[in-house]
Design a protein around this ligand. Sequence first.
Ligand code: EPZ
Length: 417
Amino acid sequence: MEDKLIINGGKHLNGTIKVDGAKNAFLPILAASVLCEGEIELDNYVAISDLTNMREILETLNIFSSVDGEKLYIDAKDVKNVRITHELSQKVRASIFILGALLGRFRSAIIAYPGGCKIGSRPIDIHIKGFKALGAKIIERHGYIYCHGENMKAAEVVLDFPSVGATESLMMCATMLEGETVLKNTAKEPEIVDLQNFLNSMGAKVRGAGTGCIVIEGVKNLHGCDYKVMTDRIVAGTYLLAVATCGGDVLVDGANWRHNESLLSFLKQTACKLDVFDDKIRLKADKRLSSIEKIETYPYPLFPTDLQAQMMVLQAVSKGTSIITETVFESRFGQVMELAKMGANIVVKDRTAVIKGVEKLYGADVYATDLRAGACLVMAGMKAEGYTTVNNIKYIDRGYKSIEEKYNLLGADIKRI
Ligand code: EPZ
């Protein structure tokens, strides 16, 4: 029987909540450890299932890791380059990053197509085109990708779209390619800057992450290092939107405002009160907030697709009408049907949702369809009158550690059964 959350809604949220390490920085950094022949210590580890699954995949490559609190120790000196099977690569989208790292170190790799939340087709054509531009021979057959990199060499690669994963895959692949590789039209997410900083702490020569053009000067090998991974800007944004939705006064500890400028700019349009510190953000909401007229998701630094569902909940209970357009993934409105069960007034056409704010949401039996949709249903349940049951919380556990414990510390009433 799968776990579910029972939420007794209507409570304000007050107090301090700590933001853990960033899932979407840790995943590529774990993959990048394949490149290294030394011992690595990573700080800010968070026990979420996506990271546990990634560690299991690395174990099939003979790369073992151990955790002590928030520190993870990993050693890739005896890595064996084996096929990453369908069962494993289906577990987490980030398994595709291992392909770039294996190609970078061994110039060969076999991996099944990756998994990930069902929010669109999630192709990997930009990754593959990039590897080919670096001289790799790629054969896709029977659900597997066979990569031969004997003839790979540094080159200029222009991405068709600023794909986060493709940018990270190609950074890893080029790290040990002799010569200078230039990646253009790259994604600019903070997680990519974190990956660059991690690679350089192992002795790589990468620069330009965050600018849209990344230059990698190949090195012969990489050494072990200690590295502290950034905090999770999407989890921080989720907490801020939860307080804005439910009302209250919360200090989000570990939130780097520089990573959430778009969200903060939108929140300033509502009536909530924001105090921004170097690594903390305080949000106070003591009345129903006004709607934000138009919100569109785009690659960083614009409003992130990973906060779209959470923003939709806030708009669903705000004063006025809001139009949210999801431009990054083709089917990322899985939460709409579930919010409608709770009384939300949302009309969807293609990639646009029109949300007419209502005064109240009402508890209901709802189903998470993906990680961030699940997080948004928890917010809606905390806001709603009465009891809400959120099913399929395995999705939420992929990216939020003990979400119920975190919110209960702020005064929520959530039980995991
Ligand atoms: C990363 O996914 C994140 N996951 C996602 O977070 C996030 O939503 C996404 O970036 C966008 O910010 C991790 O970092 C593990 P993309 P990724 O490649 O790399 C298309 C979460 O909730 N595309 O930037 O898969 C793709 O279909 C998750 O934490 C191609 O067409 O995202 C999508 O429409 C969900 N071909 C768009 O680009 C490709 O080869 C953005 O995808 C690759 C991508």
